[in-house]
Design a protein around this ligand. Sequence first.
Ligand code: SAH
Ligand code: SF4
Length: 348
Amino acid sequence: MTPVLSLSAPDLERWLEEHDAPAYRRKQIWTWLARGAATFDAMKDLPKALRNALEAELRVSSLRPIAVSRADDRLTTKTLYELDGGHSVEAVVMRYADRSTLCISSQAGCPIGCPFCATGKFPFGRNLKAYEIVEQAVDAERILAAEGRRLTHVVFMGMGEPMANYRAVVDSVRLLADPDLLGISPRRMVVSTSGLIPRIAQLGEEKLPVTLAISLHAARDELRDVLVPINRKYPVRDLVDAAQAYADTTGRRVSYEWVMLAGVNDTERDAKELGALLRRKLAHVNLIPFNPVEDTPYSAPARASIRAFKAMVQAQGLNVTVRDTRGREADAACGQLHERVTTQAAVT
Ligand code: SAH
Ligand code: SF4
């Protein structure tokens, strides 16, 4: 059966017309989805006959939750969803005092293959459709609504390289922002990329004020070629130029991610190279303590080394913060729940 969000607004209105229902029902259906309705039957202000027709012909969502894990005293929950066709993706909900953030997946697997990343380790599956990306957010809204919370922020930092599934990602940003559905402002969304330069330039032209995050991890090509293999095609200086052009076009400060790997990219040399690369740029550096992944040669630096690295980067005149390690127990770094479930076939 057709997932309801796979129909565009005009397509759903056409479907309604064919079922002798007025076009304004489309908006009602979307509002119910955004409020967390789990079935069409729960959409109480729709006529019973229409609810029956919806139940008979459409699905509320194409995603099937197959595993959930919780951490941080239940402030972080991660759901693994099976997609139509059998691949699976993860989405993580993080609750804070004043907001709730969803970390969303854009691909099943990832073609980039960074050696420290759990997602990069298993074979690439497929691109997600825009509606499959949006359904993760609708499901997060359902989970949060039951707790009296609302979804306020979305970060494209789950499985996959968003820029390698460009059209669907941009379409999903527009749909997530649609006031008839979730109405999340693009200003509250972050798109993270390993650095597909042509797509960064294209995103700058979309007139969508999303924050761009660049997964930098190294400031010299020799090291970045290893950590983020797409660097061999799009070298780091060109990448920073493209990100700076994005900042100039959109007025949005770019966020640079730096996963901290002990003895690999946490030395004084790295801090100085990073300083030289980003000096006088509209930039913010986010240090992410490595979340250990089995069968990788990497480990997380000690807290003191992270603090020391932060101070060295600050001394270079850059804005820098250390990301909290939310979700460590929930296997929250991208791809980790998927890996645990597929290797242990465990449903928790
Ligand atoms: N593919 C995109 C977005 C998803 S990854 C990208 O790479 O930007 C989101 C962030 O998590 C990236 O900065 C990525 O490098 C980082 N990451 C991946 N594996 C990690 C791990 N094991 N520990 C900490 N951060 C990790
Ligand atoms: Fe893909 Fe991002 Fe993981 Fe690299 S870090 S393999 S680009 S998901």
